[in-house]
Design a protein around this ligand. Sequence first.
Ligand SMILES: Nc1nc2c(ncn2[C@@H]2O[C@H](COP(=O)(O)OP(=O)(O)OP(=O)(O)O)[C@@H](O)[C@H]2O)c(=O)[nH]1
Ligand SMILES: [Mg+2]
Length: 359
Amino acid sequence: MERFGFVGLPNAGKSSLYNALAGGGALAAPYAFATKDPNVGVAKVPDDRLDRLAAMSNSRNVVHAAVQFTDIGGLVEGASQGEGLGNRFLANIREADAVVFVLRAFEDDDVPGPADPLEHLRVVETELALADLEAVEKHVEKKKKVAKLDRSQADEAAALEAAYAVLAEGTPIYRSELAEDQRELLQPWFLLTNKPVLAVVNVGETDIERIPEKIAAVEAEFAGKGEVIGMCVQLEAEAALLTDPEERAELLEGYGLGEGALTTFIRSAYHLLGLRTFFTTGEKESRAWTFRAGWKAPQCAGVIHSDFERGFIRAEVIHWDDLLEVGSWAKARESGKLRVEGKEYVVADGDVLEIRFNV
Ligand SMILES: Nc1nc2c(ncn2[C@@H]2O[C@H](COP(=O)(O)OP(=O)(O)OP(=O)(O)O)[C@@H](O)[C@H]2O)c(=O)[nH]1
Ligand SMILES: [Mg+2]
């Protein structure tokens, strides 16, 4: 399962965002450092295509893809020097696949702290870069020595040295000129700023209609180095507490939030990581499976079961909307709409698959 770690200043709305996604469970409170121990939760990836396939197949079971979120304590300026809670708790998100910045843009006199998202961004980026610097510092000299004796380690040592130089300037690696292959060589160190970034700009209740305007400055500052989305986390969290889907939809509609921003948020998170979805559907179960852009049919089959990959023969494939149009798997087969694809087939987002295998 893909993992996302939340970082941000105290009172930015990290735990509120967690609650919006997980339907509650985390303490969200108007004082700094409300969160001490991390909250870890799972949210399903909403997918209307899956719901429609399940309805078509009359499936007894519907399984959405899921993602994991870790909400940690607030970072403050000087955290690397021990200010606030310090920065040790960042270890909880070292192994996350991506980092979510929660940047406050809402004004509320009852909630202390700055409301300028650029100020939040500056502090968060600096502290993450410093935390990475600490991690790299420990290894760079050692690695250089090892590389002198073992030339096969030279590229790694060079990547580490380049990262050190960038981080020492306070620059996150995702903003640097480090080449893609160098960034890959840095993977074993789980650096926080070597992960993809998604920034959530948390806007106030009265700014919902001005979201594009409210996030423009952060978008400009990021300049394509990460994705940016704006939402009012507080209202999304309130709506998430309602378990009845109709009541929830009504509340969101009443607030002028349409279907809510969480779907967009999770989709952006998926997109950021190059994640794609294929489906299986039948009476027993309809299910969404996660794969990476560019994967071929056997690799995707392996997501379902390793035997499917090992013994892969072929896949029967149809795009989800074509399948809905014909109305059933059987009719799709009869009418010759099912394609038979082999080992070299590159699976597309939204494909429905049936795997033939033999082990
Ligand atoms: N008015 C308003 N208040 C919000 C919004 N988002 C969060 N809050 C409030 O701000 C306070 C802090 O939110 P939290 O979610 O606890 O913030 P946090 O980032 O987890 O804070 P720490 O755990 O201390 O780092 C809570 O009282 C929330 O109800 C918002 O969009 N509008
Ligand atoms: Mg919190």
